[in-house]
Design a protein around this ligand. Sequence first.
Ligand SMILES: Cc1cc2nc3c(=O)[nH]c(=O)nc-3n(C[C@H](O)[C@H](O)[C@H](O)COP(=O)(O)OP(=O)(O)OC[C@H]3O[C@@H](n4cnc5c(N)ncnc54)[C@H](O)[C@@H]3O)c2cc1C
Length: 394
Amino acid sequence: MERTDFLIVGCGPAGATAAREAARRGVATVVLERDSVVGAKRVCAAGLRPGFCRTFDLPRELVHCDTRRLALFDAGAQEYETFFGPGHTSTREELDGAMAALAARDGAEIRTRALFRTLKIEGDCALVEYADLASEERRTIAARTVFLAAGATARLEDAAFGRLAMARWREGLITTLQYRVYLDRPAAAVAYETLELHYYCARDGRPLIAWMFPKRDHLAIGLGVMGKIDGASLRAELERFTERVQRRLYPGAAVTHVKVEGHLLYGGPARRCVADGRVLVGGTAAGFVDATNGEGIFEAAMSGRLAADAVARRDHVAERYSRSIGQRFRGRLQHRVMLMRYLERRPSRYARLFAQMAATPRLAEVLLKDDCERTFSERAFLYRQALRFWANTF
Ligand SMILES: Cc1cc2nc3c(=O)[nH]c(=O)nc-3n(C[C@H](O)[C@H](O)[C@H](O)COP(=O)(O)OP(=O)(O)OC[C@H]3O[C@@H](n4cnc5c(N)ncnc54)[C@H](O)[C@@H]3O)c2cc1C
Protein backbone atom coordinates (compact mmCIF):
# COMPACT_ATOMS: atom_id res chain seq x y z
CA MET A 1 0.00 0.00 0.00
CA GLU A 2 1.12 3.54 -0.68
CA ARG A 3 2.52 5.23 2.44
CA THR A 4 3.45 8.74 3.45
CA ASP A 5 4.47 10.54 6.65
CA PHE A 6 1.96 13.36 6.52
CA LEU A 7 -1.36 13.26 4.66
CA ILE A 8 -3.32 16.49 4.40
CA VAL A 9 -6.96 16.78 3.36
CA GLY A 10 -7.78 20.10 1.69
CA CYS A 11 -5.48 22.62 0.03
CA GLY A 12 -6.85 25.87 1.48
CA PRO A 13 -4.64 28.13 3.61
CA ALA A 14 -4.52 25.55 6.43
CA GLY A 15 -3.60 22.56 4.25
CA ALA A 16 -1.23 24.41 1.94
CA THR A 17 0.68 26.05 4.81
CA ALA A 18 0.96 22.73 6.64
CA ALA A 19 2.18 21.07 3.42
CA ARG A 20 4.75 23.71 2.63
CA GLU A 21 6.19 23.94 6.12
CA ALA A 22 6.28 20.18 6.69
CA ALA A 23 7.87 19.49 3.27
CA ARG A 24 10.48 22.17 3.91
CA ARG A 25 11.49 20.26 7.00
CA GLY A 26 11.94 17.00 5.13
CA VAL A 27 8.60 15.36 5.99
CA ALA A 28 7.14 13.28 3.12
CA THR A 29 3.84 15.09 2.51
CA VAL A 30 0.82 14.41 0.29
CA VAL A 31 -2.19 16.73 -0.05
CA LEU A 32 -5.61 15.57 -1.28
CA GLU A 33 -7.66 18.36 -2.84
CA ARG A 34 -11.05 17.68 -4.41
CA ASP A 35 -11.01 20.63 -6.85
CA SER A 36 -9.09 20.44 -10.10
CA VAL A 37 -7.62 23.95 -9.69
CA VAL A 38 -6.62 24.97 -6.16
CA GLY A 39 -8.55 28.03 -4.95
CA ALA A 40 -10.62 28.44 -8.12
CA LYS A 41 -13.91 27.69 -6.36
CA ARG A 42 -13.25 29.33 -2.98
CA VAL A 43 -15.87 31.89 -1.99
CA CYS A 44 -14.32 34.47 0.28
CA ALA A 45 -13.87 38.22 0.74
CA ALA A 46 -10.13 37.49 1.13
CA GLY A 47 -9.33 40.26 3.58
CA LEU A 48 -5.90 39.64 5.10
CA ARG A 49 -4.58 40.96 8.37
CA PRO A 50 -1.54 43.29 8.42
CA GLY A 51 1.73 41.50 7.71
CA PHE A 52 0.06 38.31 6.42
CA CYS A 53 2.39 37.87 3.42
CA ARG A 54 5.46 38.51 5.54
CA THR A 55 4.32 36.12 8.28
CA PHE A 56 3.75 33.29 5.80
CA ASP A 57 6.54 34.15 3.38
CA LEU A 58 4.22 34.89 0.46
CA PRO A 59 4.80 37.25 -2.48
CA ARG A 60 3.52 40.78 -1.97
CA GLU A 61 2.10 40.69 -5.55
CA LEU A 62 -0.89 38.84 -4.08
CA VAL A 63 -2.09 42.04 -2.45
CA HIS A 64 -4.79 43.92 -4.35
CA CYS A 65 -5.42 46.83 -1.98
CA ASP A 66 -3.77 48.05 1.21
CA THR A 67 -6.68 48.78 3.51
CA ARG A 68 -5.57 50.97 6.41
CA ARG A 69 -9.14 52.06 7.20
CA LEU A 70 -11.74 49.89 8.92
CA ALA A 71 -15.29 51.24 8.63
CA LEU A 72 -17.80 49.74 11.04
CA PHE A 73 -21.52 50.33 10.57
CA ASP A 74 -24.04 49.81 13.36
CA ALA A 75 -27.67 48.69 13.07
CA GLY A 76 -28.76 52.25 12.16
CA ALA A 77 -26.12 52.42 9.36
CA GLN A 78 -24.08 54.96 11.32
CA GLU A 79 -20.41 54.74 10.24
CA TYR A 80 -17.44 54.65 12.65
CA GLU A 81 -13.91 54.70 11.28
CA THR A 82 -10.75 53.39 12.77
CA PHE A 83 -7.27 52.89 11.32
CA PHE A 84 -4.96 49.90 11.53
CA GLY A 85 -2.25 47.98 9.80
CA PRO A 86 -2.73 48.35 6.87
CA GLY A 87 -4.72 45.20 6.23
CA HIS A 88 -4.83 43.83 2.69
CA THR A 89 -7.18 42.26 0.20
CA SER A 90 -6.55 39.55 -2.37
CA THR A 91 -8.54 36.82 -4.09
CA ARG A 92 -8.56 33.19 -3.12
CA GLU A 93 -7.68 32.07 -6.63
CA GLU A 94 -4.41 33.94 -6.25
CA LEU A 95 -3.79 33.29 -2.56
CA ASP A 96 -4.54 29.56 -2.50
CA GLY A 97 -2.94 29.07 -5.91
CA ALA A 98 0.29 30.74 -4.74
CA MET A 99 0.33 28.84 -1.44
CA ALA A 100 -0.14 25.50 -3.24
CA ALA A 101 2.55 26.31 -5.82
CA LEU A 102 5.02 27.18 -3.06
CA ALA A 103 4.14 23.98 -1.17
CA ALA A 104 4.79 21.94 -4.33
CA ARG A 105 8.04 23.81 -4.98
CA ASP A 106 9.16 22.97 -1.45
CA GLY A 107 8.52 19.26 -1.97
CA ALA A 108 4.89 18.49 -1.09
CA GLU A 109 2.89 16.36 -3.51
CA ILE A 110 -0.48 17.95 -4.25
CA ARG A 111 -3.08 15.67 -5.77
CA THR A 112 -6.02 17.55 -7.21
CA ARG A 113 -9.35 15.90 -8.06
CA ALA A 114 -8.81 13.72 -5.00
CA LEU A 115 -11.95 13.55 -2.87
CA PHE A 116 -11.39 12.46 0.73
CA ARG A 117 -13.95 9.85 1.83
CA THR A 118 -13.02 8.46 5.21
CA LEU A 119 -10.26 7.26 7.46
CA LYS A 120 -9.63 4.53 9.98
CA ILE A 121 -6.80 3.84 12.37
CA GLU A 122 -5.02 0.51 11.97
CA GLY A 123 -1.94 -0.33 13.99
CA ASP A 124 0.60 2.47 13.75
CA CYS A 125 -1.00 4.33 10.88
CA ALA A 126 -4.12 6.05 9.61
CA LEU A 127 -5.65 4.58 6.46
CA VAL A 128 -7.20 7.30 4.34
CA GLU A 129 -9.62 6.40 1.58
CA TYR A 130 -10.22 8.85 -1.26
CA ALA A 131 -11.79 8.92 -4.69
CA ASP A 132 -9.50 9.76 -7.58
CA LEU A 133 -12.00 11.77 -9.62
CA ALA A 134 -9.86 11.63 -12.75
CA SER A 135 -9.69 7.82 -12.97
CA GLU A 136 -12.91 7.26 -10.98
CA GLU A 137 -11.06 4.79 -8.75
CA ARG A 138 -11.04 4.48 -4.98
CA ARG A 139 -7.59 4.58 -3.41
CA THR A 140 -6.16 4.12 0.04
CA ILE A 141 -3.06 5.70 1.43
CA ALA A 142 -1.45 4.99 4.80
CA ALA A 143 -0.08 7.91 6.79
CA ARG A 144 1.70 8.42 10.09
CA THR A 145 -0.28 11.61 10.71
CA VAL A 146 -3.37 13.06 9.01
CA PHE A 147 -4.26 16.76 9.01
CA LEU A 148 -7.94 17.37 8.22
CA ALA A 149 -8.32 20.85 6.73
CA ALA A 150 -11.35 20.62 4.47
CA GLY A 151 -13.01 23.86 5.63
CA ALA A 152 -16.55 24.56 6.85
CA THR A 153 -18.09 21.68 4.92
CA ALA A 154 -15.82 19.07 6.53
CA ARG A 155 -18.05 16.30 7.90
CA LEU A 156 -16.37 15.09 11.04
CA GLU A 157 -19.52 14.39 13.00
CA ASP A 158 -19.78 10.63 12.42
CA ALA A 159 -18.35 7.86 14.54
CA ALA A 160 -15.15 7.49 12.47
CA PHE A 161 -13.86 10.78 13.88
CA GLY A 162 -14.39 9.90 17.55
CA ARG A 163 -13.43 12.72 19.93
CA LEU A 164 -12.96 15.20 17.08
CA ALA A 165 -16.73 15.37 16.41
CA MET A 166 -18.67 18.23 17.94
CA ALA A 167 -22.39 17.74 18.50
CA ARG A 168 -23.28 21.41 17.94
CA TRP A 169 -21.14 22.00 14.85
CA ARG A 170 -24.12 22.63 12.57
CA GLU A 171 -25.47 25.36 14.87
CA GLY A 172 -22.37 27.44 14.15
CA LEU A 173 -22.76 27.41 10.37
CA ILE A 174 -23.43 30.72 8.61
CA THR A 175 -24.96 30.93 5.13
CA THR A 176 -23.20 33.52 2.98
CA LEU A 177 -23.76 35.08 -0.40
CA GLN A 178 -21.39 37.43 -2.17
CA TYR A 179 -21.36 39.55 -5.32
CA ARG A 180 -18.19 40.41 -7.17
CA VAL A 181 -19.23 43.73 -8.66
CA TYR A 182 -17.28 44.92 -11.72
CA LEU A 183 -17.69 48.60 -12.62
CA ASP A 184 -17.09 50.61 -15.79
CA ARG A 185 -15.00 53.07 -13.76
CA PRO A 186 -13.44 53.07 -10.29
CA ALA A 187 -15.58 53.61 -7.21
CA ALA A 188 -14.84 56.48 -4.78
CA ALA A 189 -11.15 56.49 -3.81
CA VAL A 190 -11.93 55.83 -0.14
CA ALA A 191 -13.42 52.43 -1.09
CA TYR A 192 -9.98 51.11 -2.10
CA GLU A 193 -8.42 51.81 1.28
CA THR A 194 -11.30 50.54 3.41
CA LEU A 195 -12.63 47.27 4.77
CA GLU A 196 -16.31 47.80 5.54
CA LEU A 197 -18.21 45.65 8.04
CA HIS A 198 -21.94 46.20 8.68
CA TYR A 199 -23.86 44.68 11.58
CA TYR A 200 -27.65 44.82 11.44
CA CYS A 201 -30.74 42.60 11.42
CA ALA A 202 -32.16 40.76 8.42
CA ARG A 203 -35.83 41.24 7.57
CA ASP A 204 -36.67 38.15 9.60
CA GLY A 205 -34.91 39.70 12.61
CA ARG A 206 -31.82 37.48 12.53
CA PRO A 207 -28.43 39.12 13.06
CA LEU A 208 -26.49 39.60 9.87
CA ILE A 209 -22.93 40.67 8.97
CA ALA A 210 -22.32 42.34 5.62
CA TRP A 211 -19.11 43.54 4.03
CA MET A 212 -17.55 45.50 1.21
CA PHE A 213 -13.94 44.57 0.50
CA PRO A 214 -12.19 46.29 -2.44
CA LYS A 215 -10.13 44.45 -5.07
CA ARG A 216 -8.04 45.73 -7.98
CA ASP A 217 -10.81 45.25 -10.53
CA HIS A 218 -13.99 44.69 -8.50
CA LEU A 219 -15.69 45.12 -5.15
CA ALA A 220 -16.58 42.07 -3.05
CA ILE A 221 -19.98 42.82 -1.51
CA GLY A 222 -21.54 40.10 0.58
CA LEU A 223 -23.34 39.05 3.72
CA GLY A 224 -23.81 36.12 6.06
CA VAL A 225 -26.72 35.01 8.24
CA MET A 226 -26.43 32.47 11.04
CA GLY A 227 -28.19 29.21 10.17
CA LYS A 228 -30.13 28.24 7.09
CA ILE A 229 -32.06 30.78 5.05
CA ASP A 230 -33.78 30.26 1.74
CA GLY A 231 -31.91 31.42 -1.35
CA ALA A 232 -34.49 34.02 -2.43
CA SER A 233 -34.52 35.79 0.97
CA LEU A 234 -30.73 35.80 1.13
CA ARG A 235 -30.49 37.24 -2.34
CA ALA A 236 -33.08 39.93 -1.52
CA GLU A 237 -31.04 40.93 1.55
CA LEU A 238 -27.90 41.15 -0.53
CA GLU A 239 -29.68 43.23 -3.18
CA ARG A 240 -30.78 45.73 -0.53
CA PHE A 241 -27.29 45.90 0.95
CA THR A 242 -25.62 46.30 -2.45
CA GLU A 243 -27.92 49.22 -3.26
CA ARG A 244 -26.84 50.91 -0.03
CA VAL A 245 -23.17 50.44 -0.91
CA GLN A 246 -23.78 51.69 -4.43
CA ARG A 247 -25.41 54.92 -3.20
CA ARG A 248 -22.31 55.71 -1.11
CA LEU A 249 -19.41 54.38 -3.16
CA TYR A 250 -20.27 54.21 -6.86
CA PRO A 251 -23.44 56.26 -7.46
CA GLY A 252 -22.63 57.24 -11.05
CA ALA A 253 -20.81 54.11 -12.23
CA ALA A 254 -22.37 51.42 -14.38
CA VAL A 255 -22.11 47.81 -13.26
CA THR A 256 -20.60 45.81 -16.14
CA HIS A 257 -20.74 42.36 -14.56
CA VAL A 258 -21.77 40.69 -11.30
CA LYS A 259 -20.52 37.27 -10.26
CA VAL A 260 -22.69 35.60 -7.62
CA GLU A 261 -21.10 33.15 -5.22
CA GLY A 262 -22.27 31.45 -2.00
CA HIS A 263 -20.72 29.20 0.61
CA LEU A 264 -20.88 28.20 4.27
CA LEU A 265 -18.81 29.92 6.91
CA TYR A 266 -18.42 28.83 10.50
CA GLY A 267 -19.05 31.29 13.33
CA GLY A 268 -19.38 29.20 16.49
CA PRO A 269 -16.91 27.99 19.11
CA ALA A 270 -13.84 26.02 18.03
CA ARG A 271 -13.87 22.23 18.40
CA ARG A 272 -12.86 21.26 21.92
CA CYS A 273 -10.74 18.38 20.66
CA VAL A 274 -8.54 19.15 17.63
CA ALA A 275 -6.11 16.24 17.84
CA ASP A 276 -6.75 12.61 18.58
CA GLY A 277 -3.91 10.13 18.17
CA ARG A 278 -2.77 10.31 14.56
CA VAL A 279 -5.43 12.77 13.41
CA LEU A 280 -5.23 16.58 13.68
CA VAL A 281 -7.91 19.06 12.57
CA GLY A 282 -7.09 22.61 11.48
CA GLY A 283 -8.42 25.79 9.91
CA THR A 284 -12.16 26.28 9.60
CA ALA A 285 -12.75 22.51 9.92
CA ALA A 286 -11.61 22.97 13.52
CA GLY A 287 -13.76 26.08 13.97
CA PHE A 288 -10.80 28.50 13.99
CA VAL A 289 -12.72 31.56 12.82
CA ASP A 290 -13.11 34.92 14.52
CA ALA A 291 -16.87 35.04 15.20
CA THR A 292 -16.96 38.85 15.21
CA ASN A 293 -15.82 39.33 11.62
CA GLY A 294 -15.49 35.95 9.88
CA GLU A 295 -11.71 36.14 9.66
CA GLY A 296 -10.31 32.64 9.29
CA ILE A 297 -7.49 32.75 6.74
CA PHE A 298 -4.86 33.77 9.27
CA GLU A 299 -6.10 31.20 11.79
CA ALA A 300 -6.12 28.51 9.09
CA ALA A 301 -2.58 29.23 7.94
CA MET A 302 -1.32 29.47 11.52
CA SER A 303 -2.93 26.15 12.45
CA GLY A 304 -1.22 24.64 9.38
CA ARG A 305 2.09 25.96 10.62
CA LEU A 306 1.52 24.54 14.11
CA ALA A 307 0.53 21.16 12.63
CA ALA A 308 3.69 21.05 10.49
CA ASP A 309 5.77 21.96 13.48
CA ALA A 310 4.25 19.16 15.59
CA VAL A 311 4.66 16.60 12.79
CA ALA A 312 8.27 17.55 12.09
CA ARG A 313 9.19 16.88 15.72
CA ARG A 314 7.81 13.35 15.29
CA ASP A 315 6.82 12.44 18.87
CA HIS A 316 3.74 13.46 20.91
CA VAL A 317 2.33 15.06 17.75
CA ALA A 318 -1.29 15.33 18.92
CA GLU A 319 -0.35 16.69 22.34
CA ARG A 320 2.07 19.23 20.84
CA TYR A 321 -0.47 20.43 18.31
CA SER A 322 -3.30 20.77 20.88
CA ARG A 323 -1.05 22.63 23.25
CA SER A 324 0.27 25.07 20.67
CA ILE A 325 -3.25 25.78 19.36
CA GLY A 326 -4.34 26.49 22.95
CA GLN A 327 -1.43 28.84 23.52
CA ARG A 328 -1.86 30.59 20.19
CA PHE A 329 -5.53 31.48 19.82
CA ARG A 330 -8.04 29.28 21.56
CA GLY A 331 -8.68 31.93 24.22
CA ARG A 332 -9.06 34.79 21.75
CA LEU A 333 -11.50 32.86 19.55
CA GLN A 334 -13.57 31.85 22.55
CA HIS A 335 -13.75 35.48 23.73
CA ARG A 336 -14.86 36.56 20.26
CA VAL A 337 -17.76 34.08 20.31
CA MET A 338 -18.83 35.39 23.71
CA LEU A 339 -18.50 39.02 22.57
CA MET A 340 -20.58 38.33 19.48
CA ARG A 341 -23.36 36.67 21.46
CA TYR A 342 -23.32 39.61 23.93
CA LEU A 343 -23.63 42.12 21.07
CA GLU A 344 -26.36 40.18 19.30
CA ARG A 345 -28.51 40.06 22.44
CA ARG A 346 -28.86 43.85 22.31
CA PRO A 347 -27.81 45.29 18.92
CA SER A 348 -27.51 48.84 20.37
CA ARG A 349 -24.29 47.53 21.94
CA TYR A 350 -22.59 47.55 18.53
CA ALA A 351 -22.82 51.35 18.42
CA ARG A 352 -21.18 51.62 21.86
CA LEU A 353 -18.36 49.30 20.86
CA PHE A 354 -17.71 51.00 17.55
CA ALA A 355 -17.77 54.47 19.13
CA GLN A 356 -15.24 53.27 21.68
CA MET A 357 -13.02 51.83 18.94
CA ALA A 358 -13.23 55.02 16.87
CA ALA A 359 -12.28 57.12 19.90
CA THR A 360 -9.43 54.79 20.92
CA PRO A 361 -7.13 54.24 17.91
CA ARG A 362 -4.90 51.75 19.75
CA LEU A 363 -7.80 49.36 20.39
CA ALA A 364 -8.08 47.98 16.82
CA GLU A 365 -4.33 47.23 16.72
CA VAL A 366 -4.31 45.46 20.09
CA LEU A 367 -7.44 43.45 19.25
CA LEU A 368 -5.69 42.04 16.18
CA LYS A 369 -3.01 40.37 18.25
CA ASP A 370 -3.21 37.01 19.93
CA ASP A 371 -2.70 36.76 23.68
CA CYS A 372 0.78 35.32 23.22
CA GLU A 373 1.84 38.41 21.21
CA ARG A 374 0.50 41.07 23.57
CA THR A 375 2.80 42.88 25.97
CA PHE A 376 1.82 43.25 29.60
CA SER A 377 0.80 46.88 29.02
CA GLU A 378 -1.34 45.84 26.01
CA ARG A 379 -3.11 43.25 28.13
CA ALA A 380 -3.77 45.79 30.87
CA PHE A 381 -5.01 48.27 28.24
CA LEU A 382 -7.38 45.69 26.76
CA TYR A 383 -8.68 44.72 30.17
CA ARG A 384 -9.47 48.39 30.97
CA GLN A 385 -11.20 48.79 27.60
CA ALA A 386 -13.28 45.65 28.17
CA LEU A 387 -14.34 46.90 31.60
CA ARG A 388 -15.29 50.28 30.15
CA PHE A 389 -17.34 48.67 27.40
CA TRP A 390 -19.05 46.32 29.80
CA ALA A 391 -19.86 49.17 32.24
CA ASN A 392 -21.36 51.18 29.36
CA THR A 393 -23.51 48.40 28.00
CA PHE A 394 -24.49 46.06 30.83
C1 LIG B 1 -18.14 34.51 2.07
C2 LIG B 1 -16.93 34.34 2.93
C3 LIG B 1 -16.08 35.42 3.16
C4 LIG B 1 -14.94 35.26 3.94
N1 LIG B 1 -14.11 36.33 4.08
C5 LIG B 1 -12.96 36.20 4.79
C6 LIG B 1 -12.03 37.26 4.87
O1 LIG B 1 -12.22 38.32 4.29
N2 LIG B 1 -10.90 37.08 5.59
C7 LIG B 1 -10.64 35.91 6.24
O2 LIG B 1 -9.62 35.81 6.90
N3 LIG B 1 -11.51 34.87 6.16
C8 LIG B 1 -12.65 34.99 5.44
N4 LIG B 1 -13.51 33.94 5.34
C9 LIG B 1 -13.18 32.68 6.05
C10 LIG B 1 -12.15 31.90 5.24
O3 LIG B 1 -12.62 31.68 3.94
C11 LIG B 1 -11.89 30.56 5.91
O4 LIG B 1 -11.72 30.73 7.27
C12 LIG B 1 -10.63 29.93 5.31
O5 LIG B 1 -10.83 29.68 3.96
C13 LIG B 1 -10.30 28.65 6.03
O6 LIG B 1 -9.24 28.00 5.37
P1 LIG B 1 -9.11 26.41 5.41
O7 LIG B 1 -7.83 26.08 4.76
O8 LIG B 1 -9.38 25.95 6.78
O9 LIG B 1 -10.36 25.89 4.55
P2 LIG B 1 -10.81 26.24 3.07
O10 LIG B 1 -10.22 27.50 2.60
O11 LIG B 1 -12.27 26.10 3.04
O12 LIG B 1 -10.14 25.09 2.21
C14 LIG B 1 -10.59 23.77 2.31
C15 LIG B 1 -10.10 23.01 1.11
O13 LIG B 1 -10.48 21.65 1.27
C16 LIG B 1 -11.01 21.17 0.05
N5 LIG B 1 -11.93 20.08 0.38
C17 LIG B 1 -13.14 20.17 0.97
N6 LIG B 1 -13.67 18.93 1.12
C18 LIG B 1 -12.76 18.06 0.60
C19 LIG B 1 -12.73 16.65 0.47
N7 LIG B 1 -13.73 15.86 0.89
N8 LIG B 1 -11.64 16.08 -0.11
C20 LIG B 1 -10.60 16.84 -0.54
N9 LIG B 1 -10.58 18.19 -0.43
C21 LIG B 1 -11.64 18.78 0.13
C22 LIG B 1 -11.72 22.38 -0.55
O14 LIG B 1 -11.87 22.23 -1.94
C23 LIG B 1 -10.74 23.50 -0.18
O15 LIG B 1 -9.74 23.68 -1.15
C24 LIG B 1 -14.66 34.03 4.55
C25 LIG B 1 -15.51 32.94 4.32
C26 LIG B 1 -16.64 33.08 3.52
C27 LIG B 1 -17.53 31.91 3.28
